[in-house]
Design a protein around this ligand. Structure first.
Ligand code: ZN
Length: 517
């Protein structure tokens, strides 16, 4: 008690600026204390990543996640709702089993791609054939009947399953260089092999399907040990599976040497028709300026090769935890605090574009938005998104963040506007000072982004907690700022390649009815 009285006495004796500074310091301390003593991060991560799992747009799990988030906010006494922005082709992932039956028996590591057609509740067993290096599209058409009844391998075989950092550490300079040169040549040659069919990836899959193939087998290696990227199937009747580099290489070499491997594939899944798609929005009403908004932002959907732990589970729990903390220590903010958990970022920022389009009133009065979407790491970069005066206000807000929480933080002012990449771009395009809280890497691009290994164990909770604290402080400061943020934009430099004047990104409409073309 004495501490509080001492602080209050000091506050009364101070001039106005130091009063607000000291009020800020107390709030910052309260945020840090709440984050440290009552962290919800691990429970949130476990519930969402392990309990619910991947969050593919239109899937039952995505819906489950939205309902879970609303219930969670309600349990924290925060007003929350799911807002519909569109609909999407619904699909529910079932089991995938891929086994090699000849020349010896091995269960293979792999999975069906999202929206993969099912195999009718049974296994399909067949030999494999490799997409050949044909002369041109005519030769490809002549070759096509060969796929009948076979699984067609449409990816190149990687010359090495070791990532570059491993070669660099242990290989000789000469062998590392030789490997890279060989790999580049193989990659270029494979790209040409596809081009020569006269078809793009999607139409190639459809042509193979039409010619009576049993299925399509690919391997989208993500340049690390044990990681593949898992996206969507292009076929409409036959299964499309991704097989891990090691097993794909095994099959490929066996086919090449004439040992005629045979595999069986079972892919279960369910089409669930067009499904409504949502954003989860929660809010803490402002007291002095309820019609001005500070927004926390992170996309909620994921690809479904793993559990979307770092894309964008960590961004999601950062924003949820920051909201939980703010509700507790700052329940009567000056401006209204909003959080947006966006649907279908992965297919083109659809949920956030929908929100921007549907809420011009909010967009017009948005003080700032903070988005996080590149992994589990501590926030390492904040840029001014091309807003001329961003240095002034973001700089002031950041100044109140204790040094410990911005140790490696680099700022870039005025920075440049995000044209895409994540949901902050949807808001920047509408003139909102929307900032990306950009994480340090933890090898996000190769190991977790859209991979089969984006799982709970990759989360670095100390870093995530750091980010929740940083976000909560920035939101608090943006709410308290006596001034409304200025939106003047910088003139962008001319395009260095074309000489054309630089253009600010323009607001775009979302895909409101997806997965149907
Ligand atoms: Zn993402």
């Amino acid at each position: 008690m004495r501490n509080v009285i001492t602080v209050l006495c000091i506050v009364f004796l101070m001039p106005a600026t130091s009063i607000s500074q000291s009020k800020d310091s107390l709030m910052v301390a309260a945020i840090i204390k709440e984050a440290g003593e009552n962290s919800a991060l691990k429970n949130l991560a476990h519930d969402l990543f392990d309990g619910i799992g991947p969050r593919l747009v239109g899937s039952p799990k995505m819906q489950q996640a939205h309902d879970w988030a609303v219930a969670k906010y309600n349990s924290w006494d925060i007003l929350s709702r799911n807002e519909k922005w569109g609909e999407w082709r619904g699909w529910e992932r079932g089991i995938t089993h891929i086994d090699m039956l000849q020349p010896w028996v091995k269960s293979l590591e792999g999975t069906q791609l999202a929206w993969c057609p099912n195999t009718g509740g049974k296994s399909v067993t067949a030999e494999l054939i490799i997409l050949p290096d044909v002369k041109d599209s005519l030769a490809f058409v002549q070759w096509l009947p060969n796929v009948k009844g076979k699984f067609v391998m449409i990816s190149m075989m990687q010359p090495t399953g070791r990532p570059d950092y491993n070669w660099k550490e242990f290989g000789t300079v000469e062998s590392f260089e030789k490997m890279k040169k060989e790999r580049t040549e193989l990659t270029d040659a494979w790209r040409k092999r596809i081009t020569k069919t006269g078809l793009n990836n999607k139409n190639l899959a459809l042509a193979i399907e039409k010619a009576g193939a049993a299925g399509i087998v690919g391997s989208n290696w993500s340049a690390g040990f044990g990681v593949n990227k898992i996206f969507n199937a292009n076929t409409t009747k036959i299964p499309t599976v991704d097989i891990a580099l090691e097993d794909y290489g095994l099959l490929y070499r066996l086919v090449e040497s004439g040992k005629n491997p045979k595999i069986s594939v079972r892919a279960d899944s369910k089409e669930t028709g067009m499904q409504p798609t949502y954003n989860t929005i929660a809010e803490i009403k402002g007291t002095e300026k309820p019609d001005e908004y500070v927004m926390l932002s992170a996309h909620f959907d994921s690809w479904d090769g793993a559990t979307g732990a770092t894309d964008n589970g960590t961004g999601t729990i950062v924003m949820m935890e920051a909201m939980r903390i703010l509700r507790k220590v700052y329940p009567d903010p000056k401006r209204t605090i909003l959080v947006g958990h966006w649907g279908s970022e992965e297919q083109g920022l659809n949920g956030s574009r929908g929100f921007v389009e549907d809420h011009p009133d909010i967009i017009k009065n948005m003080q700032a938005l903070f988005n996080q979407d590149n992994g589990t790491g501590r926030v390492a970069t904040i840029g001014g998104a091309g807003f001329l005066h961003s240095y002034d206000y973001v700089g002031r807000w950041l100044a109140r963040v204790p040094a410990n929480y911005k140790r490696e933080l680099e700022t870039r002012f005025p920075g440049s506007p995000a044209g895409g990449g994540s949901d902050n771009a949807s808001f920047v395009a509408a003139g909102v000072p929307a900032f990306s809280l950009s994480s340090n890497s933890w090898l996000y691009g190769s190991y977790t982004w859209h991979t089969n290994r984006d799982t709970y164990d990759k989360v670095v909770f100390d870093d995530v907690q750091n980010n929740a604290i940083l976000t909560a402080i920035l939101v608090y400061m943006a709410c308290e700022d006596p001034a409304k943020t200025q939106r003047d934009k910088i003139v962008l430099p001319a395009n260095s390649r074309t000489g054309e004047p630089g253009k600010w990104p323009e607001q775009r409409s979302p895909t409101r009815k997806g997965g149907v073309d």
